[in-house]
Structure formats: structure tokens, C-alpha cells
Design a protein around this ligand. Structure first.
Ligand code: KG4
Ligand code: ZN
Length: 346
């Protein structure tokens, strides 16, 4: 089944064609980062206008790269939420118009669930249930126990900022460009992660909080500013280590305590190079004969599937596909990842 998917929930316009939820025939992404950078963050009204400009050329490019015509497309999928309402509406109205004009079925997808499916797309034959999903993006930080397709239990989430948001805010504090995550990642590579001992919040819980860490960086910056030029690389490395270590430790502890054999990390922050190195280090550690815990298998998407893209939306729609047309769609700016299995009465 060939699915054409549209993603426009934030500042990336994306269109992809994916076959059977596993083979990417085309994945087009037009990032608006250069348009928003001068404002230091995403400007919602500008985002919707840029989605409008990019959408149709991207659809044409996707079809052309996949060497397909509309007759070859079996179904459409679109991100329905959560996200910026104006941005979501651009994707939704485009998908709805195409579905109506071409008489194709259309599936509305939850953006968070799309991120969950990035690893099903990248590793279709390896990812199994039960699975612990670690969703780390600009809007969310969640540990989710996934027992089947569409069957999610929220284990822990952030009480304040999402981890990506914390990266972006700390970057802004340090005078770095938007989005801050990749900037901090880049600068941290030249810094000493032990230079500053930033707090790790709620170590005994599966909940997250990043506001204390953010405030600790703010106070340290104020203190250091009075002394001379800021050691930006050291601050980046120390902040990054505190944020990422907290997430990985909690995820690993949950998986081991509940005997969940696989951890799937996904969302924009999964692009972080320190996080990826730490995973590799954990994999090596588990190979040691002295490792006494239950080994856990890790999945992390290739960089192209970490941040927002439409291929993950197509993959998600494929797995959720029941052959039926969906009820009328509407933009859902706030839409938690609920237990879809229960909701659909499967
Ligand atoms: O998943 P995503 O593209 O959009 C949302 O659904 O939120 O995630 C974007 C977030 C931003 O906060 C960005 O700073 C962060 O992911 N991010 C990173 C890296 N690349 C993107 N954070 C840390 N290190 C990175 N390399
Ligand atoms: Zn996202």
C-alpha cells in the first residue's frame, strides 16, 4: 500500500510517500528554520504562510521522485495535531481537498504517534512489543509503555518544559541561534561536561522536570558573566549531560524494573550526538560479562527521521489503517497520545 502523507504541525513542511509502512519512496522536507531564526523562535502566523507556499511544490516533488502518479497512491495521511492550529489547518485542508478530489481514503494522525512510528519505519522487522518509547521532542518528554499498535500507557512525562524546549531556552540564554538543540550539541563537543555540576531532577521518579536545570544554568551564567567571557562550550556540555543522562537513566531503570526488553528513542532530541554516544556506550557495557542487569535493546532513528518528517506519519497511518475512511477531521492543536486501542474499541 502506497501512502502519501503530509506533516505541517510546526515549522517543517513535509510530504512523503511510503510503501507498506517500511519503504520510503520519497521524503521531502522544507524547513522554515531560516525564516524564524531572526525572531528567535517559531512565529505561528509566518509558519502557516510558509506551509502554504511550500505545500504544493513538495507534493509534486514527492510524486516525481517516487516516479508515481495519483492513480498509484492508495491513501492519504495527515498530521491532525498536536501543533500550531494555523499550520495544522494548511496540511489538513490540503489533504482533505486531495482526498475529496481524488476519491482517496484519508487518515488523520497524531504527531506524537508519528514520532513513535519512526523506529517502526526504520527497523520494521526488529521492533517488538512490549516496548518502552522515549519521546523527546520540542514539545514533549514522555516515557510510554507500548504493548501493541495503538496501545499506549504513559509512564512519565515532564512537569514543566519539554527537553527540546529546555535546550532551546538554554541556547537562547547563551546567545545561540534558534533552534538551540543542534547548536548546543555542536558546541558541547568542544566543552567539558564535568565543568559544572548541574542538578538532575527527581532521580527516583519516572517524571521529568527541566525548569530547575534551566534555572541553574541561568544563575551560573549570571555568576560567570561578572567574571569575564562565558565558557559557552563547557556550559553547553554540562547542561547537555545533565539533561540527557536523566532521560537515559530513567528509561533504562523503567525497562529493567518492568522487564521490557526494547527501548525506542524518538523525537527531535534523539538527533543529539551525546545521547547517541551514550546509547552506544550502554550497548558496549551490556556486552561485558560483569554486566549484572537485564540487557536492553535500543532503537534510535536515522537522523533524517528524528526531527519532523512526513515519512513517520505515513508509517503510522499504515499501521493504523483499518480499511475504513475516517470520521471528518479537524485540527487538534492539543491532542495527547491516548490509548488509541481502547478508544477505537479493538
Ligand atoms: O521532534 P521535533 O522536530 O519537533 C517537535 O515535535 O517538537 O523536535 C524539535 C526539537 C527542538 O527543541 C530542537 O532544539 C531539538 O528537537 N533538537 C535537538 C537536536 N536536534 C533537534 N536537541 C538536542 N540535540 C540535537 N542535535
Ligand atoms: Zn515532532
Amino acid at each position: 500500500m502506497k501512502m502519501l502523507a503530509i506533516e505541517s504541525s510546526c515549522d517543517e513542511t513535509a510530504v512523503a510517500i511510503v510503501e507498506d509502512g517500511r519503504q520510503i519512496l520519497s521524503s521531502q522536507i522544507r524547513s522554515q528554520i531560516p525564516d524564524h531564526r531572526i525572531y528567535g523562535g517559531v512565529v505561528p502566523e509566518l509558519a502557516s504562510r510558509k506551509h502554504l507556499e511550500a505545500m504544493h511544490p513538495l507534493i509534486e516533488q514527492a510524486l516525481s521522485e517516487a516516479a508515481l502518479g495519483w492513480d498509484d497512491i492508495d491513501g492519504l495521511a495527515v498530521t491532525q495535531g498536536p501543533g500550531l492550529s494555523g499550520s495544522l489547518v494548511v496540511g489538513l485542508t490540503t489533504a482533505q481537498s486531495l482526498a475529496l478530489a481524488l476519491d482517496k481514503p484519508l487518515m488523520g494522525v497524531n504527531h506524537l504517534e508519528g514520532h513513535v512510528y519512526a523506529n517502526f519505519l526504520a527497523f520494521p522487522d526488529q521492533v517488538r512489543f512490549p516496548l518502552l518509547v522515549v519521546l523527546v521532542s520540542g514539545g514533549h518528554t514522555q516515557l510510554i509503555e507500548m504493548r501493541d499498535h495503538g496501545d499506549y500507557s504513559l509512564v512519565g512525562s515532564t512537569r514543566d518544559d519539554a527537553v527540546g524546549e529546555a535546550f532551546d531556552k538554554v541556547a537562547r540564554l547563551l546567545g545561540l541561534a534558534y533552534p538551540g538543540g543542534p547548536e548546543i550539541d555542536r558546541l558541547a563537543q568542544q566543552g567539558d561536561p564535568k565543568a559544572f555540576d548541574f542538578p538532575r531532577s527527581m532521580p527516583n521518579s519516572f517524571e521529568f522536570s527541566f525548569s530547575g536545570l534551566k534555572t541553574a544554568v541561568l544563575y551560573k551564567v549570571r555568576e560567570l558573566e561578572a567574571q569575564g567571557p562565558l565558557p559557552v562550550a563547557d556550559l553547553c556540555a554540562s547542561f547537555q549531560q545533565a539533561a540527557i543522562d536523566t532521560i537515559l537513566k530513567k528509561a533504562l531503570r523503567y525497562a529493567q524494573q518492568h522487564q521490557i526488553p526494547q527501548i525506542s528513542i524518538t523525537g527531535g532530541v534523539s538527533a543529539n550526538s551525546y545521547l547517541r554516544q551514550q546509547l552506544q556506550a550502554q550497548i558496549e557495557k551490556q556486552k561485558s560479562p560483569y554486566y549484572k542487569q537485564i540487557p536492553v535493546e535500543f532503537f534510535i532513528p536515522p537522523l533524517s527521521l528524528c526531527t519532523d518528517n512526513a515519512a513517520m506519519i505515513a508509517a503510522c497511518a499504515y499501521y493504523r489503517w483499518q480499511g475504513q475512511k475516517q470520521a471528518p477531521l479537524s485540527a487538534q492543536p492539543r491532542w495527547p497520545l491516548m490509548n488509541l486501542k481502547q478508544k477505537r474499541g479493538i
